[in-house]
Structures are given as C-alpha cells and as structure tokens.
Design a protein around this ligand. Structure first.
Ligand code: FMN
Length: 184
C-alpha cells in the first residue's frame, strides 16, 4: 500500500496566493513528468501543455481569466489544452468531442497532485475566455484550452472545503440505492 499517494490526494487544496519565489527547473520537470504519466484514451495523450513564465503573458492570462489576479502572481502558469486531432485520428467524433477533454482533465489532476506532493501550491482555473487564451498563447485553431494552472510556493494554507457525504452520490448496483459503507 502506498499511502503517500492517498495523502497527496487528501491534502491537496486550491492555492490562490503565492510567494515571490520562482519554481525551480527541477520541480517544473517533476510536475511535467507527472503530467506525462496521466492516463489517456487509447494512450493517444491528446493534450498539450504550454509553460508560461513570462510576466507579461501571465498578466494577459489573468485578464483573460476574468481578472483572477492570483494567476499573474504565480511565478509559473501551466495551460493544459485538449488536442482533438490526436484522439480524433483513432476515435473519430468521440475522440474529438470527449476523449481529448478527458485526457486533458486527467493531466490537470496529475499536475495538481504532483504540485501538492512537492509542497507547491496550484489551482485549476476553468473560468476564462477561450479566444483570448488562444490568441495570447498563439494556439493553433484545433487546440482547446481546458485549464489555466498557476503554480508556486504557497503563501497560504487553504482550509479544506466540505464535500458531499458518500451516501449522497454513491449508488449500489442501481441509481438510488444508497451506499452506506463503514468509515475506514
Ligand atoms: C473545472 C474546474 C474549474 C475551476 N475554475 C476555477 C476558477 O476559475 N477559479 C478558481 O479560483 N477556482 C477554480 N476551480 C477550483 C475550485 O473552486 C476548487 O477545486 C473547489 O472549490 C474545491 O476546493 P479545493 O480544490 O480546495 O478542494 C475550478 C475547479 C475545477 C475542477
């Protein structure tokens, strides 16, 4: 049993305040390796990642994300994009419409968990204007930005946000037959 993985999941929080301190190349590499290991439909790996460290680009991304200023404050911003061509080649419409989004989402989660495991803070930002992000990062037409992820050394320790009890969203055999498991 590898409880470190469960600990990284359980202790991850969205961090929206960062120290004025760069993320080292070594830490960036570890995060990108974790991103690379994410599962993907048919192993098509239908996502691309843009690494943004340039201050002016970070400012523009903040603005594209409806003024969420903590994006600009982070020394490192990763933008994860779905690549429909890559999964569409193998899976046609389902690949273009669905699998590439899921591949990108799995990549985002790996990035968030790796950042937490490395004592960095990060946040999944999904509220932004696609066209602006496309323009700022010179994305080819077919790429769809899925998440902007500011990453940095945390300047806050965010409190856990509540979650629904398992009984509210886990169903046994059929929808509506509630799970009532024992707590571990
Ligand atoms: C698809 C998606 C979009 C999100 N967009 C934003 C966002 O635009 N801005 C933000 O501050 N947080 C955003 N979040 C983070 C959520 O607010 C956060 O994960 C949730 O409140 C639970 O808190 P926790 O991550 O600390 O557990 C987003 C999360 C997801 C999964």
């Amino acid at each position: 049993m590898r409880t470190e993985a469960l600990e990284a999941i359980a202790t991850r929080r969205s961090i929206r305040s960062f120290q004025d301190k760069p993320v080292s190349r070594q830490l960036l590499r570890l995060i990108l390796e974790a991103a690379r290991q994410a599962p993907s439909a048919g192993n098509c790996q239908a996502r691309d990642i843009i690494v943004v460290q340039n201050a002016e680009l970070r400012r523009q991304l903040s603005s594209a994300a409806l003024g969420q200023e903590f994006i600009e404050e982070a020394p490192l911003v990763l933008v994860v994009c779905a690549n429909p061509e890559r999964s569409g080649r193998r899976y046609g419409e389902r690949g273009r419409q669905l699998y590439c989004i899921l591949d990108a989402a799995a990549t985002v989660e790996n990035i968030l968990l790796a950042a937490n495991a490395l004592d960095l803070g990060a946040c999944w930002v999904g509220a932004f204007r696609d066209e602006l992000v496309r323009h700022i990062l010179k994305l080819p037409k077919h790429l769809r930005p899925i998440a902007i992820i500011p990453v940095g050394h945390p300047a806050e320790s965010a409190e856990p946000i509540s979650r629904m009890p398992l009984e509210e969203f886990v169903h046994i055999d059929f929808y509506g037959s509630r799970y009532q498991g024992e707590a571990p």
